[in-house]
Design a protein around this ligand. Structure first.
Ligand SMILES: [Zn+2]
Length: 391
């Protein structure tokens, strides 16, 4: 049986991210139409030339773009850290807890509670236009808790990332080497079947360059592809390691030497910037302009997590990146869609082209520029994911 086709017409401004399709790097088309056939895009072009379809949707002159691709999120957890945020923003020092608060709450939660929490966040992101979302483990830090986090995440996204090396588990505080052995051994064995990616927090206070290399190499040997939390809080070896090991992405990239920037620019490793983290910790933003001018591929992502960046809003990240990080609105929108797809090595999302997955965001605005121009305003008019109207 044939799928019913849907014609979306009257698109005032269409971001395709295909320069062959329209103007500039965003491949912008005006007065455009798109035809969806099942879960894929079947036709893109001028509205006047559009073929007939079973269902017709009039965009009434508004802007349509690919659904956001959020390539960095930590969504399998329980509890929250309101008190910690409140103390930090009130100028008080907050010593208790931190990530261990979330680890304790996550371990104590039932599978059903973690599942329901994750479902809520995936839905929350979808309502804001995110149609692809990556999801990391990293709040269990035992073999069983890391494996169940990935098992639950895999029900919601194929982009699951094993992050047993988020921090050293509290039980191993006095013997981090033994924890690395666990992460590269028994825990990896339990987690690899549920994961596509392997990640490590390469940072002072988490894992050093040698430990990070051991974690990533072990993951690669099990068929996982690396991505790295690198150079967030200070300079370090993370970015160089990511490039050397062919990681899909080096994430945060807040503190970079000229050598780090050159290494990213000359590599297939995407620089993923996470402005929600700097916003929520009152820290210095990464310099997107410097990376772009050097020729690096830049992605924007939320880093959604209960500690340092509790936002699921890609539109918010776009607005901050434009205001604070030297990106143009076009660059930021590209980074939040096609950039995220590059960071996940996906050719079927982050674009609107024939054969792409039918993941689309219709804005209550005439242009994608409004995502930065109207910060904090809910602009989602409609969302299609795999051809299904979800919002
Ligand atoms: Zn992160």
């Amino acid at each position: 049986m044939r799928n019913p086709t849907t014609l979306i017409t009257g698109i005032g401004s269409l971001v395709t991210n295909d320069p062959g399709q329209g103007a500039g790097p965003l491949g912008l088309l005006t007065d455009a139409a798109v035809v969806l056939d099942g879960d894929t895009v079947a036709w893109v072009g001028p509205a006047a030339d559009a073929p007939a379809a079973d269902v017709r949707f009039d965009a009434e002159g508004r802007a349509l773009l690919p659904g956001f691709v959020d390539s960095h999120a930590h969504l399998v957890f329980a509890g929250d850290r309101t008190a910690e945020f409140n103390a930090r923003m009130s100028g008080q020092s907050y010593t208790a807890g931190g990530i261990r608060t979330t680890v304790a709450a996550t371990r104590a939660a039932t599978d059903a509670e973690l599942d329901a929490n994750l479902a809520r966040f995936v839905r929350e992101a979808l309502r804001q236009g995110t149609t692809t979302i990556e999801c990391k483990s990293g709040y269990g830090l035992t073999v069983a808790d890391e494996a169940r986090a990935l098992r639950i995440a895999a029900q919601y996204t194929p982009e699951t990332t094993y992050l047993g090396a988020h921090v050293v588990a509290p039980e191993y505080a006095d013997d981090p080497a033994a924890y690395v052995d666990l992460v590269t051994g028994e825990m990896l064995d339990a987690c690899a079947p549920h994961a596509r990616w392997v990640d490590v927090f390469c940072e002072k206070g988490a894992f050093d360059g040698d430990q990070a290399r051991a974690v990533l190499t072990a993951g690669i040997e099990r068929g996982l592809t690396p991505r790295v939390h690198a150079n967030q809080l200070t300079y370090g070896p993370g970015v160089q390691l990511a490039v050397e090991l062919g990681a899909a992405s080096a994430d945060h990239c807040t503190h970079l030497t000229d050598e780090d920037v050159a290494a990213l620019a000359g590599s297939g490793t995407v620089a993923t910037l996470l402005p929600g983290a700097e916003f929520s910790t009152r820290a210095q933003y990464p310099d997107a302009r410097r990376l772009l001018d050097a020729g690096a591929v830049v992605a924007l992502s939320t880093d959604c997590n209960p500690g340092s960046s509790f936002t699921s809003s890609m539109a918010f990240c776009i607005a901050v990146a434009v205001r604070e990080m030297g990106m143009t609105p076009d660059e930021a929108v590209w980074a939040a869609t096609a950039g995220g797809a590059h960071a996940l090595r996906r050719g079927d999302v982050g674009v609107v082209g024939v054969g792409a997955r039918a993941d689309l965001l219709l804005l209550d605005a005439p242009s994608h520029v409004h995502l930065a121009y109207r910060p904090g305003v809910p602009l989602t008019a409609a969302v299609w994911r795999s051809g299904v109207r979800e919002v």
